[in-house]
Ligand binder design. Sequence first.
Ligand code: 3PG
Length: 197
Amino acid sequence: MENISYTNISGLFARTRCVPVVVLKTLEDTLPTLKALCDYGIPTAEITFRTACAADAIRLGREQLPDMLIGAGTVINAAQARAAIEAGAQFIVSPGIGADIAEVCREADIPYIPGCVTPAEIMQALSLGITTVKFFPANVYGGMDAIKALSAPFPQVRFVPTGGVDSGNLDEFLACDKIAAVGGSFFVKLALQKSGK
Ligand code: 3PG
């Protein structure tokens, strides 16, 4: 991917504007899950650090499926960010915002998408040079209404709503130009169902 960096992520999710949140119980699940997403038409994965195999799964995915966009999710400290980047993660996502994680991503010059749901958190992101944030859990923090309200003082910010996003409200989010992409585990369920797994 060209021109994607810590400060320029406008093209990162341009392909599908969908970010499947992937939780892998074992490393063996990695390739079947990622291939199912590709076959489903979403060659993107946010592999979460909720399970121990996350870094190895990212490494495997990047080696075997070089055309996929593979990032790390649920990154909650700098050590995890370093491990993810070392494994080849192309972007880092956190449920909240961590200045230490931002520093690691800035040094590696890869995108960091921190979770921000309040004006104070968005201001912190802006001070770190970040203008695309995860909005999580979107269903709890007011969904599209909240995003529209936050867009008034922060017109430069783009959001990635995640948490409670599903087939029922996906289109409402994607219709808004403030939405960089939508994230969710439901993409993975749908892709695996379609693949018969
Ligand atoms: C995340 O980490 O982004 C969320 O847990 C995903 O939420 P969902 O399972 O409601 O899509």
